[in-house]
Design a protein around this ligand. Structure first.
Ligand code: KG4
Ligand code: ZN
Length: 378
């Protein structure tokens, strides 16, 4: 078993806010000893989205083996931990409760501190965690875009002046008024017969478009009021109307749905069932999503006068989004940080990392800790 160096803090993180059961051990909020994620995608696939009741049931099934595996991979026994961190919210209450109840039980049995973590703060820490793996520390203040299946939100992140322990302070700059960007990916993929989740497959298809012309154009989304707010439901509806008005899509959508039902869900299999018109449509949809995400983030950067951009959450794995952001940031002399793909999507290493500064400040939870479905970060 691994020997712990003097004063190192080993935190077990537990994440169960949506459809991933995850556990990880992180040292001093920076060094990942293990990170285990059990995805429920196969269970929710046939419904085209996360079914909360099924998610809770699967978390119950997975939580014990996932934590055990995380401890094994870290080479640690439970008493060697310094604290247990759990996602408190936002998320699905039934799912959150599984992680919280297990975390409380472990903390009580081991007589270790329990730390409640905001899932969004976890996503922000994922960008720092990735940078730490490469010996870098993102400079604050920064603008952070969290973009996933459940969230699309912009924060300003700075050092909390009141704290001497590298704690961050957050200010919300804008958020989606309706669907999250990942949700738009998932819904558009469903209506085009591309399976679930939609992001990864549409990302690959958009990259394979070649010189196929877009069959329609989607303009920039305008939102009244806060210019840093997002809106994606109009774009999703525009794709739906375009498809309805063009019956030539129907046959290939039907063919793809049949293929998916037979288990042919791989990119190469679906690509052969896509016309150039469909590929052009997918690309145009992605262009519109990427443009809105990048433009609003750059506007926030300008307004806040920061030099650092952090992008995190499942959609931050998107190749076109990453490439566009990289180009814009380097053109403007800004530093940009993305987590690796594994740290972009939901994981527990980010929860253990976010818990570290709370540990340092002695911000522990007691057994009244409860799931908070709409937990704000700022
Ligand atoms: O962060 P995450 O694992 O869970 C939430 O908190 O929502 O994000 C999952 C979302 C899904 O909507 C999925 O379609 C999207 O992230 N996603 C992507 C890509 N990979 C995952 N969206 C666009 N491009 C991708 N490559
Ligand atoms: Zn998430």
């Amino acid at each position: 078993m691994g020997e712990k160096a003097e004063k190192e803090t080993q935190i077990l993180g537990i994440e169960s806010s949506c459809d991933e059961t995850a556990a990880a051990v992180v040292v001093d909020g920076r060094r990942i000893l293990s990170s285990v994620v059990a995805s429920q995608i196969d269970i929710h696939r046939k419904y085209g989205g996360v079914v909360p009741e099924l998610a809770s049931r699967e978390h119950l099934r997975q939580i014990v083996p996932v934590v055990r595996k995380a401890m094994e991979q870290a080479g640690l026994v439970l008493p060697a931990l310094d604290a247990i961190a759990v996602t408190q919210g936002p998320g699905l209450v039934g799912s959150l409760l599984v992680g919280i109840t297990y975390g409380k039980t472990l903390a009580t049995a081991l007589n270790k501190p329990l730390i409640g973590v905001n899932h969004l703060e976890g996503h922000i820490h994922a960008a720092f965690l990735e940078a730490h793996q490469h010996g870098e520390v993102p400079k604050l203040p920064a603008v952070c875009l969290i973009v996933s299946g459940g969230h699309t939100v912009l924060y300003q992140v700075k050092v909390d002046d009141a704290s001497q322990n590298e704690a961050f302070a957050y200010r919300k700059l804008g958020q989606t008024r309706d669907d999250a960007a990942g949700e738009a990916y998932d819904k558009v993929a469903k209506l085009l017969g591309m399976g679930y989740p939609g992001g990864p497959i549409l990302d690959q298809l958009a990259a394979a478009t070649g010189c196929a012309a877009p069959p329609t154009k989607f303009g920039p989304t305008k939102t009244r009021g806060n210019a840093l707010d997002f809106s994606f439901s109009g774009l999703k509806t525009a794709v739906l109307y375009h498809v309805r008005e063009h019956p030539e899509y129907n046959q290939e959508i039907h063919r793809r749905e049949l293929a998916l039902r037979e288990g042919h869900k791989k990119f190469e299999e679906l690509l052969t069932l896509c016309s150039a018109q469909t590929l052009g449509l997918v690309r145009e949809f992605q262009n519109a999503v990427v443009r809105d995400l990048v433009e609003r983030t750059m506007k926030a950067v300008e307004e806040c006068g920061v030099e650092t951009i952090l992008v995190s959450g499942g959609v931050a794995a998107n190749s076109q989004l990453r490439a566009t952001f990289e180009a814009r940031a380097s053109g403007a002399g800004l530093k940009i940080y993305f987590p690796s793909r594994a740290l972009c999507t939901d994981n527990a290493a980010m929860i253990a990392a976010a818990a570290y500064s709370r540990f340092e400040r002695g911000l522990f939870a007691d057994l009244t800790l409860n799931a908070t479905a709409n937990m704000p970060l700022a």
